[in-house]
Design a protein around this ligand. Structure first.
Ligand code: BDR
Ligand code: CA
Length: 307
C-alpha cells in the first residue's frame, strides 16, 4: 500500500476525496491535515471530523493554517454553503483532532515512515509550503505531491486562476519550486471528471449511510454547477486521489509550471509552458484528460467499502 497524507479543506469534493482515499486498498492514509479555503479552518476541520466520524474512520487529523501565507483568506460559500459542507445532515463529530499542528503531524509521519510519503493536497497549498520551509531535511522523503489546483487554460475564480492556487499563490510558488515531483490535477482534467444525475443515483443505490450521504453532497454540489452552466459537477479533488490509485485513467504531460504571484489580471495563474518555450526543468506532470467511466466506477466501488 502506498502511504499518503491528505491535506484538505472540506468542501464537498474534498470530503469525497477523503472517502475515496480511505476506501482504496492501494493506499494507506497515514494522516489528514486541514487548511482554510472553502471555509474558515474551524469549519473545514469540523467538516473533516464529522465526515470521518460518520464513516467510522479513525485517523490522526490535525489543524493547519488559518490563513494564507501573506494574504487575507478567500472562502467559497457560494459553492460549498455556509458550513462549507451544506447538504447532508451530519451528526456532531466523535473524532477529535490530535495535539500536533498540521506541519508537525506531516513531519512526524514522514520521519517515522520507512517508505517515502505521497502528499495529496486538495486545498490551498499553505500547509504544504510551510512544511517544505520548516522541514527542508524531510523533502527527499516525499515521493510526490499529487495536488488538485491550477489550470493550463482558464480559471474558475478569476479568468486566469483556479481557486486553490488563487487562495495562496505564494504557497503554490514555494511548492512548485520545491523540486518535489508534482502531479497537477487542474481544471483541464477536473472539468472532464463530470458527475451526472445518473451517476449520483448509481452511488446512492450502492446503499448504506455513507453512499447516501455522498449522493446528498453531490446533489448540493450539482445545484451550483447547474446554475453556472455545467452539464454535470466537476469532481475536482477526487481526481488527485484517483491518479495515485490508478495513474492509467488520467493522462498527463510533463511540463514546466510557474505560479503568477504579482499579476494584475492573472494573480494565482499556473503558467504552464505547454510549448517548452523556456526550456526550463519540467516540474509537473500536468493532467489533461480522464477516463470518466472508470473514474465513476472507482467512486462507486469505494462506496461499497462503507456498506
Ligand atoms: C477547488 O476549489 C474548491 O472549492 C474545491 O474543493 C476544489 O479543491 C476547485 O477549484
Ligand atoms: Ca478542495
Amino acid at each position: 500500500k502506498k502511504p499518503v497524507i491528505m491535506d484538505c479543506d472540506p468542501g464537498h469534493d474534498d470530503a469525497i476525496a477523503l472517502l475515496l482515499a480511505f476506501a482504496s486498498d492501494k493506499l494507506e492514509v497515514k494522516a489528514v491535515t486541514i487548511v482554510a479555503g472553502n471555509q474558515t479552518q474551524e469549519k473545514t476541520l469540523n467538516n473533516a471530523l464529522r465526515v470521518l466520524s460518520f464513516a467510522n474512520i479513525e485517523a490522526p487529523v490535525a489543524r493547519g493554517a488559518e490563513k494564507p501565507l501573506m494574504r487575507e483568506l478567500i472562502t467559497a460559500p457560494e459553492v460549498h454553503g455556509d458550513s462549507g459542507l451544506d447538504g447532508p445532515e451530519l451528526p456532531e463529530a466523535t473524532l477529535k483532532p490530535v495535539d500536533l499542528s498540521a506541519i508537525e503531524l506531516i513531519a512526524k509521519v514522514v520521519r517515522e515512515s520507512d517508505e517515502r510519503i505521497t502528499l495529496i493536497p486538495t486545498g490551498a497549498l499553505t500547509n504544504i509550503a510551510k512544511f517544505i520551509l520548516c522541514y527542508p531535511e524531510l523533502k527527499n522523503k516525499i515521493e510526490r505531491i499529487s495536488l488538485m489546483g491550477g489550470a493550463c487554460v482558464g480559471g474558475n475564480w478569476s479568468p486566469a486562476a483556479e481557486f486553490n492556487i488563487l487562495v495562496d499563490p505564494e504557497a503554490a510558488d514555494i511548492v512548485f519550486k520545491s523540486g518535489i515531483p508534482i502531479t497537477m490535477c487542474g481544471l483541464d482534467v477536473t472539468h472532464r471528471a463530470l458527475i451526472y444525475e445518473e451517476d449520483i443515483e448509481r452511488i446512492r443505490s450502492v446503499g448504506g449511510k455513507v453512499a447516501v450521504m455522498v449522493a446528498e453532497l453531490l446533489e448540493f454540489f450539482a445545484k451550483f454547477h447547474m446554475d453556472t452552466g455545467f452539464e454535470g459537477s466537476p469532481l475536482h479533488d477526487p481526481c488527485a486521489v484517483a491518479w495515485v490509485i490508478d495513474p492509467t485513467i488520467i493522462n498527463t504531460k510533463k511540463l514546466h509550471v510557474d505560479i503568477e504571484t504579482t499579476g494584475i489580471h492573472t494573480l494565482g495563474a499556473t503558467v504552464v509552458d505547454y510549448h517548452d518555450v523556456l526550456k526550463k526543468e519540467k516540474n509537473a506532470e500536468v493532467a489533461f484528460d480522464i477516463d470518466r467511466e472508470k473514474f465513476v466506477d472507482m467512486l462507486v466501488e469505494a462506496m461499497k467499502f462503507y456498506q
